[in-house]
Design a protein around this ligand. Structure first.
Ligand code: AMP
Length: 196
Protein backbone atom coordinates (compact mmCIF):
# COMPACT_ATOMS: atom_id res chain seq x y z
CA UNK A 1 0.00 0.00 0.00
CA UNK A 2 1.08 3.58 -0.45
CA UNK A 3 2.87 4.98 2.57
CA UNK A 4 5.34 7.77 3.14
CA UNK A 5 7.15 7.09 6.36
CA UNK A 6 10.27 8.06 8.14
CA UNK A 7 12.23 6.50 10.96
CA UNK A 8 13.96 8.81 13.38
CA UNK A 9 16.09 7.93 16.41
CA UNK A 10 19.66 8.02 17.70
CA UNK A 11 22.45 6.09 15.98
CA UNK A 12 22.24 2.46 17.09
CA UNK A 13 18.48 2.54 17.79
CA UNK A 14 17.92 -0.11 15.09
CA UNK A 15 16.53 2.12 12.32
CA UNK A 16 18.36 0.31 9.52
CA UNK A 17 17.28 -3.15 10.69
CA UNK A 18 13.66 -2.14 11.06
CA UNK A 19 13.65 -0.16 7.80
CA UNK A 20 14.65 -3.23 5.78
CA UNK A 21 11.86 -5.31 7.36
CA UNK A 22 9.17 -2.65 7.01
CA UNK A 23 10.16 -1.91 3.45
CA UNK A 24 9.68 -5.58 2.52
CA UNK A 25 6.30 -5.89 4.21
CA UNK A 26 4.96 -2.56 2.96
CA UNK A 27 6.40 -2.93 -0.54
CA UNK A 28 8.00 0.50 -0.55
CA UNK A 29 11.73 1.22 -0.94
CA UNK A 30 13.81 1.88 2.19
CA UNK A 31 16.07 4.84 1.60
CA UNK A 32 19.00 5.17 3.96
CA UNK A 33 21.11 8.26 3.35
CA UNK A 34 23.88 6.67 5.45
CA UNK A 35 23.93 3.60 3.14
CA UNK A 36 23.96 5.80 0.03
CA UNK A 37 26.85 7.85 1.42
CA UNK A 38 28.78 4.70 2.40
CA UNK A 39 28.30 3.25 -1.09
CA UNK A 40 29.63 6.47 -2.60
CA UNK A 41 32.64 6.41 -0.28
CA UNK A 42 33.34 2.78 -1.28
CA UNK A 43 33.10 3.62 -4.97
CA UNK A 44 35.19 6.77 -4.50
CA UNK A 45 32.65 8.95 -6.31
CA UNK A 46 32.80 12.73 -6.15
CA UNK A 47 29.98 12.72 -3.58
CA UNK A 48 31.79 10.06 -1.56
CA UNK A 49 34.99 12.07 -1.56
CA UNK A 50 33.11 15.13 -0.29
CA UNK A 51 31.19 13.19 2.37
CA UNK A 52 33.95 11.00 3.80
CA UNK A 53 35.63 13.41 6.22
CA UNK A 54 32.30 14.42 7.76
CA UNK A 55 31.26 10.80 8.17
CA UNK A 56 34.58 9.71 9.70
CA UNK A 57 34.30 12.55 12.22
CA UNK A 58 30.71 11.62 13.06
CA UNK A 59 29.41 14.95 11.77
CA UNK A 60 26.49 15.45 9.45
CA UNK A 61 27.31 15.77 5.77
CA UNK A 62 26.35 19.33 4.68
CA UNK A 63 22.63 19.83 4.04
CA UNK A 64 23.04 20.97 0.44
CA UNK A 65 24.76 17.72 -0.59
CA UNK A 66 22.30 15.59 1.37
CA UNK A 67 19.19 17.37 0.12
CA UNK A 68 20.27 17.06 -3.54
CA UNK A 69 20.93 13.37 -3.06
CA UNK A 70 17.51 12.71 -1.52
CA UNK A 71 15.68 14.82 -4.11
CA UNK A 72 17.26 12.70 -6.86
CA UNK A 73 16.44 9.45 -5.11
CA UNK A 74 12.82 10.37 -4.32
CA UNK A 75 12.31 11.44 -7.93
CA UNK A 76 12.89 7.87 -9.12
CA UNK A 77 9.96 5.84 -10.31
CA UNK A 78 9.98 3.34 -7.44
CA UNK A 79 9.23 6.09 -4.90
CA UNK A 80 6.03 7.26 -6.59
CA UNK A 81 3.78 5.09 -4.45
CA UNK A 82 5.66 5.63 -1.21
CA UNK A 83 8.96 5.23 0.57
CA UNK A 84 10.53 4.75 3.96
CA UNK A 85 13.25 7.21 4.88
CA UNK A 86 15.92 6.06 7.34
CA UNK A 87 18.30 8.70 8.69
CA UNK A 88 16.82 11.61 6.76
CA UNK A 89 15.84 14.33 7.55
CA UNK A 90 18.38 14.99 10.29
CA UNK A 91 18.29 18.81 10.47
CA UNK A 92 15.60 21.49 10.23
CA UNK A 93 17.01 22.53 6.85
CA UNK A 94 16.49 18.96 5.60
CA UNK A 95 12.89 19.04 6.85
CA UNK A 96 12.38 22.24 4.86
CA UNK A 97 13.85 20.63 1.72
CA UNK A 98 11.73 17.49 2.16
CA UNK A 99 8.57 19.56 2.75
CA UNK A 100 9.31 21.49 -0.41
CA UNK A 101 9.81 18.33 -2.46
CA UNK A 102 6.60 16.75 -1.15
CA UNK A 103 4.58 19.93 -1.68
CA UNK A 104 5.82 20.11 -5.29
CA UNK A 105 4.44 16.59 -5.74
CA UNK A 106 1.17 17.38 -3.95
CA UNK A 107 1.85 14.94 -1.14
CA UNK A 108 3.07 14.75 2.48
CA UNK A 109 4.54 12.34 5.01
CA UNK A 110 2.04 9.96 6.60
CA UNK A 111 3.79 8.88 9.79
CA UNK A 112 7.09 9.65 11.53
CA UNK A 113 8.20 6.71 13.67
CA UNK A 114 10.49 7.61 16.54
CA UNK A 115 12.57 4.64 17.72
CA UNK A 116 13.25 5.46 21.35
CA UNK A 117 16.51 4.10 22.80
CA UNK A 118 18.57 5.04 25.83
CA UNK A 119 22.03 6.51 24.95
CA UNK A 120 23.88 3.99 27.15
CA UNK A 121 22.17 1.10 25.37
CA UNK A 122 22.98 2.43 21.91
CA UNK A 123 26.65 2.99 22.78
CA UNK A 124 26.88 -0.69 23.79
CA UNK A 125 25.09 -1.81 20.59
CA UNK A 126 27.39 0.26 18.41
CA UNK A 127 30.50 -1.08 20.15
CA UNK A 128 29.28 -4.54 19.14
CA UNK A 129 28.56 -3.37 15.57
CA UNK A 130 32.08 -1.93 15.38
CA UNK A 131 33.41 -5.44 16.02
CA UNK A 132 30.93 -7.16 13.65
CA UNK A 133 30.94 -4.75 10.70
CA UNK A 134 34.06 -2.62 11.17
CA UNK A 135 32.30 0.68 10.46
CA UNK A 136 34.90 3.41 10.92
CA UNK A 137 32.39 5.74 12.62
CA UNK A 138 31.48 3.17 15.29
CA UNK A 139 34.62 3.92 17.30
CA UNK A 140 33.45 4.87 20.84
CA UNK A 141 34.55 8.52 20.81
CA UNK A 142 32.99 9.03 17.35
CA UNK A 143 29.81 7.32 18.55
CA UNK A 144 29.57 9.72 21.49
CA UNK A 145 30.00 12.63 19.10
CA UNK A 146 27.30 11.24 16.77
CA UNK A 147 24.93 11.03 19.75
CA UNK A 148 25.67 14.66 20.60
CA UNK A 149 25.06 15.71 16.97
CA UNK A 150 21.78 13.77 17.12
CA UNK A 151 20.79 15.48 20.39
CA UNK A 152 21.53 18.95 19.06
CA UNK A 153 20.48 18.78 15.41
CA UNK A 154 18.02 15.90 15.00
CA UNK A 155 16.14 15.47 18.30
CA UNK A 156 14.35 18.84 17.82
CA UNK A 157 12.67 17.38 14.70
CA UNK A 158 10.70 15.02 16.94
CA UNK A 159 8.75 17.91 18.51
CA UNK A 160 8.34 19.47 15.10
CA UNK A 161 6.67 16.36 13.65
CA UNK A 162 4.73 15.80 16.88
CA UNK A 163 3.31 19.30 16.43
CA UNK A 164 2.08 18.21 13.00
CA UNK A 165 0.33 15.20 14.56
CA UNK A 166 2.53 12.77 12.61
CA UNK A 167 4.62 11.24 15.41
CA UNK A 168 4.41 7.63 16.58
CA UNK A 169 6.80 6.86 19.46
CA UNK A 170 7.97 3.24 19.60
CA UNK A 171 10.20 1.63 22.23
CA UNK A 172 13.30 0.50 20.33
CA UNK A 173 14.67 -1.71 23.10
CA UNK A 174 13.96 -5.44 22.88
CA UNK A 175 14.15 -8.29 20.41
CA UNK A 176 14.10 -7.30 16.73
CA UNK A 177 10.75 -9.08 16.18
CA UNK A 178 9.21 -7.38 19.20
CA UNK A 179 10.21 -3.94 17.96
CA UNK A 180 8.90 -4.74 14.46
CA UNK A 181 5.56 -5.78 16.01
CA UNK A 182 5.39 -2.52 17.99
CA UNK A 183 5.99 -0.51 14.83
CA UNK A 184 3.33 -2.49 12.95
CA UNK A 185 0.83 -1.81 15.76
CA UNK A 186 1.65 1.91 15.75
CA UNK A 187 1.17 2.04 11.97
CA UNK A 188 -2.07 0.02 12.12
CA UNK A 189 -3.40 2.53 14.67
CA UNK A 190 -2.86 5.14 11.95
CA UNK A 191 -4.53 3.12 9.23
CA UNK A 192 -1.36 1.70 7.64
CA UNK A 193 -1.54 -2.07 7.54
CA UNK A 194 1.73 -4.00 7.49
CA UNK A 195 1.69 -7.55 6.07
CA UNK A 196 3.32 -10.23 8.30
P1 AMP B 1 23.81 6.52 9.45
O1 AMP B 1 24.09 5.29 8.68
O2 AMP B 1 22.41 7.03 9.29
O3 AMP B 1 24.21 6.42 10.90
O4 AMP B 1 24.73 7.66 8.81
C1 AMP B 1 26.14 7.57 8.83
C2 AMP B 1 26.77 8.93 8.55
O5 AMP B 1 26.34 9.38 7.23
C3 AMP B 1 26.33 10.05 9.49
O6 AMP B 1 27.09 10.09 10.67
C4 AMP B 1 26.56 11.27 8.60
O7 AMP B 1 27.93 11.59 8.51
C5 AMP B 1 26.11 10.77 7.24
N1 AMP B 1 24.66 10.99 7.04
C6 AMP B 1 23.69 10.05 6.89
N2 AMP B 1 22.48 10.61 6.72
C7 AMP B 1 22.68 11.95 6.78
C8 AMP B 1 21.81 13.07 6.70
N3 AMP B 1 20.49 12.94 6.53
N4 AMP B 1 22.37 14.31 6.80
C9 AMP B 1 23.69 14.46 6.97
N5 AMP B 1 24.55 13.45 7.08
C10 AMP B 1 24.07 12.19 6.99
Amino acid sequence: MSARLLLIGPPGAGKGTQAVRLSASLGVPAISTGDIFRENVRNETELGTKAKAFMDAGDNVPDSLTNDLVRDRLSQEDCAAGFLLDGYPRTTDQVRALDEFLAEHGTAMDVVIELVADPDVVVERLKKRALDQGRSDDDESVVRHRLEVYRQQTAPLIDLYDGRGMLAKVDGIGEIDEVTARISDALAARGILVAD
